[in-house]
Design a protein around this ligand. Structure first.
Ligand SMILES: [Zn+2]
Length: 850
């Protein structure tokens, strides 16, 4: 059966499943093109169901036979599944189907990656394995038998029996089909153990293919153990099986997947050694391992009723992994990092044609809703809730959530109810955050007279597709006040904004204060506040809130860039002096200073110009950024060598926050030094580096000044055997190519023997690099627009999920001038008109075109 014509699915159409499942027995007879899957499923009618239509999902399956209670049947095969008559009471459904893992390039369901069988079932991949009610509110106990001559055969839960060429697994925890997993291959384990706080020993394994990856497992294993301990200490959650397996896979669409007891990871999200991974990679790996592990409670034990509730598990689990990283490293630096990500991806999404609520109300293809809005804005909403109710009430509510809903497929209503029951608060206005798309603008005005200061706040959420009118939201605004010398006269205070316009009064002040608004980024909003450069510089120098201190510098830099572009201004010294003061302040965390040195991205500047009513010119923006970097380098030139030397780390490499922060600042300074010394210092660092952070930092500094050809060649020669490092080599060249050469560089790399479009990491390294090169992607020739369109058309039949996701490169087309708009629309139209375009890509292109 083939896909049905694309259909829109609505949250409001939800009905309970017609049948519930008790036990599921699956037998896999693995073979590359002819895997047989035998299923035996115990069904019973759902007393809460409104209809009793027996329908099982199934995609790309060849049905060999089917039986009900032992009697052969001939079900009606429909597009997307099968239907048949069933007895009135409980019954057993059996089927045998044939599937072809080796030709499954979409990487959904059961597929092969370098000779290894693996699965990816979230969201709707299980229906490519066998006929089943593939929806998250159908939970069942799975027993799995795998038959194969491969040496390692894994599934969810605990192993129960094994013999020559077979193994059996049983998972005692009822789960939805999207958490099913199977792995078979020639694998080696990196083993360890963890003892839970109740004294149970859990065996841990990180499985990799033999031949080099064994040396990249230690960090991931340590991160897993740290995550297990943290979830016990902070949330009181223990692991609940005797075994926890992680498998690294080369070909994977996402970062990783939280299948019960058998997490499957994109190799890039788990494997690391000092020589091959950067400090940023280590931190990302630690966070992803924590994220997938934390899902065991927030996602697996309590899952989602339907896919519209995706933020219930993702928003909460992202929030938990952010807390974990903040606890292990620097909470202030983590908050800044997360906000930069949120603004770069989620704000961009929320302010363009793809804007949708954290809980969407309809979709065509759910894979298209694994978005920054669901994940990152979803996490922000958990933070908002915690701020509104306080830490103690937050953890009390979580305890109630775990007690009340363990084993449930829950909803956002269930989630908010535990907070209402714990605190007695009415959260109906807060709930609008889940339903309303778009980033609210918070406009700040103030006045001062006779010791009284008044802060006037106005909120407004712009229209988004399908939502022309918005209601006021409940916004917690964290505010502090500083006096004219930078001393804090009011510590952080939370103002709760519930109306479109509200004023707040502060008495007893001895002079006009400088407000520090939205401290620690207390809500995912855009602050519009006309401050003078001097006021921002004062916050940059003195704010006690590290986030606002950083953000004042960031806003100053953005203002400087806009003035350079709009008024041909030269960078003013208030900004440069402020930056110099932060850089020279050795009391400040080097990681924080590195973030302060980082300018807004060129894409951020384009959005800032667009928001101010101007048409951004990507070439001019690129030039302004380069000019500003040169001014900064010249202004700081006496300081740079001292800081660079002070940041050198002695002793063996560790990816801990301290030395990682020193290397981050060292690399940031090296980028500036290279503007002045023609790359001499960077070439030296490249030659002497004993870790990837410094090797790549030096290469980046060289490419940024259009040097580094010899180093690029040396890097390739050194690392050609290592897939993950080569992804960096591919990506860096495209993202840092001079704008007119970007498309040609990407095109040349697609002809490199190591380019493989079937590998999502490699495809993303080249074309994600092209998108990241803002001036190159938007070069006036339109070459990059056309090149990407041609490759997405080629990729779509192979891997629709990745192709669809990468159409987002075009989602800012409305910002640009007529010629660029025409060229981007032409590229999108060319994709749209491709015969047999996937449902995934068609939905995305249609939404982007509007
Ligand atoms: Zn997740």
């Amino acid at each position: 059966m083939k896909d049905a014509a694309p259909q829109t699915i609505y949250l409001s159409d939800y009905t309970p499943p017609a049948y519930l499942v008790g036990d599921v027995h699956l037998t896999f007879k693995l073979a590359a093109t002819k895997t047989r899957v035998l299923s035996r499923i115990a069904f019973r009618p759902n007393p809460d169901a409104t209809d009793h239509d027996f329908f099982l999902h199934g995609d790309d399956l060849t049905l060999i036979s089917a039986r009900i209670d032992g009697q052969d049947i001939n079900p009606d095969l429909h597009s997307g599944g099968l239907r048949c008559a069933v007895p009135d009471g409980p019954f057993v459904f059996e089927a045998e189907v044939e599937i072809s893992p080796s030709t499954n390039t979409a990487l959904e369901g059961l597929y092969m990656s370098n000779g290894m069988y693996c699965t990816q079932c979230e969201a709707e991949g299980f229906r490519k394995i066998t006929y089943y009610p593939d929806r998250p509110d159908v939970m069942a106990v799975f027993t799995v038998r795998i038959e194969s001559d491969l040496p390692v055969l894994l599934s969810n839960g605990n192993p129960t029996a094994t013999g020559k060429d077979w193994a059996e697994w049983h998972d005692p925890w009822p789960k939805p089909a999207y958490l099913f997993a199977l792995v078979a291959g020639d694998l080696v384990a990196h083993p360890n153990t963890f003892t839970t706080r109740s004294g149970r020993q859990v065996d841990l394994n990180l499985w990799v293919r033999p031949g080099g990856d064994e040396a990249k497992c230690a960090f991931g294993m340590a991160a897993l153990k740290a995550s297990m301990k943290w979830d016990e200490d902070v949330y009181g959650r223990e692991y609940d099986l005797d075994l926890f397996n992680i498998v690294a896979v080369d070909d994977f669409n996402m970062g990783a997947m939280e299948n019960k007891g058998l997490n499957i990871f994109n190799a890039s999200a788990v494997l690391a050694s000092p020589q091959t991974a950067t400090d940023a990679d280590f931190e990302r790996i630690e966070a992803i391992i924590a994220h997938e592990y934390f899902h065991n409670w927030t996602g697996n034990r309590i899952t989602c009723r339907d896919w519209f509730q995706l933020c219930l598990k993702e928003g909460l689990t992202v929030f938990r992994d952010q807390q974990f990283t903040g606890d292990l490293r620097s909470a202030a630096v983590k908050r800044i990092d997360d906000t930069m990500m949120l603004r770069a991806y989620q704000f961009r999404e929320d302010n363009g044609p793809l804007a949708h609520p954290v809980r969407p109300e309809s979709f065509v293809e759910i894979n298209n809703f694994y978005t920054a809005t669901v994940y990152e804005k979803g996490a922000e909403l958990i933070g908002l809730l915690k701020l509104l109710v306080g830490d103690q009430a937050y953890f009390d509510a979580l305890d109630l959530y775990f007690t009340r809903h363990d084993g449930d497929a829950a909803t956002i209503e269930d989630w908010l109810q535990v907070f209402e029951d714990t605190t007695g608060r009415d959260l109906s206005q807060f709930k609008k955050w889940y339903a309303q798309a778009g980033t609210p603008r918070l406009t700040v005005r103030d006045e001062y007279a006779d010791g009284t200061y008044r802060l006037h706040l106005r909120q407004e959420t712009p229209p988004t597709p399908g939502q022309p009118d918005k209601d006021p939201l409940l916004i917690p605004v964290a505010v502090g006040l500083l006096d004219q010398n930078g001393a804090e006269v009011l510590p952080t205070t939370i103002l709760e904004m519930t109306k479109a316009e509200q004023s707040f009064t502060f008495d007893g002040l001895s002079g006009r204060p400088i407000p520090s608004v939205l401290r620690n980024f207390s809500a995912p909003v855009i602050v519009v506040h006309d401050m003078t450069d001097a006021e921002r510089a004062l916050l940059l120098a003195h704010d006690t809130d590290p986030f606002n201190r950083w953000d004042a510098g960031r806003t100053l830099a953005q203002d400087v860039l806009v003035r350079m572009l709009r008024q041909n201004a030269t960078p003013d010294t208030a900004f440069l002096d402020g930056l110099a003061a932060v850089l020279r302040d050795d009391a400040l965390d080097p990681a924080f200073r590195a973030l302060a040195l980082r300018l807004p991205s060129e894409d951020d500047t384009a959005q800032a110009l667009f928001d101010a009513g101007h048409t951004p010119d990507p070439t001019a923006i690129n030039q302004a950024h380069e000019t500003l970097k040169l001014h900064i380098a010249q202004h700081l030139q006496d300081t740079l060598p001292r800081i660079y030397a002070a940041m050198s780390v002695t002793g063996p490499y560790t990816p801990d926050a301290g030395p990682a922060g020193q290397r981050a600042l060292g690399n940031a300074v090296l980028g500036l030094i290279s503007k002045l010394d023609g790359g001499k210092q960077a070439a030296q660092q490249f030659a002497s580096a004993d870790n990837m952070t410094q090797q790549l930092g030096a290469l980046r500094a060289l490419l940024q000044i259009s040097k580094g050809d010899a180093e690029l060649a040396a890097f390739e020669a050194q690392w050609q055997h290592d897939r993950l490092v080569m992804d960096k080599w591919f990506g860096l060249q495209v993202s840092l190519a001079a704008a007119p050469d970007a498309a040609a560089t990407a095109e040349k790399l697609t002809r490199h023997p190591a380019f493989d479009m079937k590998n999502p990491n490699r495809f993303r390294s080249v074309f994600g690099g092209l998108k990241a090169n803002t001036a190159g992607f938007h070069h006036a020739s339109g070459a990059a627009y056309a090149l990407l369109a041609d490759w997405l058309i080629k990729l779509d039949p192979i891997n629709p999920q990745t192709a669809a996701r990468m159409t987002m490169s075009y989602d800012t087309w409305k910002r640009y001038d007529g010629e660029r708009q025409t060229k981007m629309r032409a590229a999108l139209s060319k994709i749209a008109q491709t015969p047999q375009l996937s449902r995934d890509t068609e939905e995305m292109v249609t939404r982007i075109l509007g």
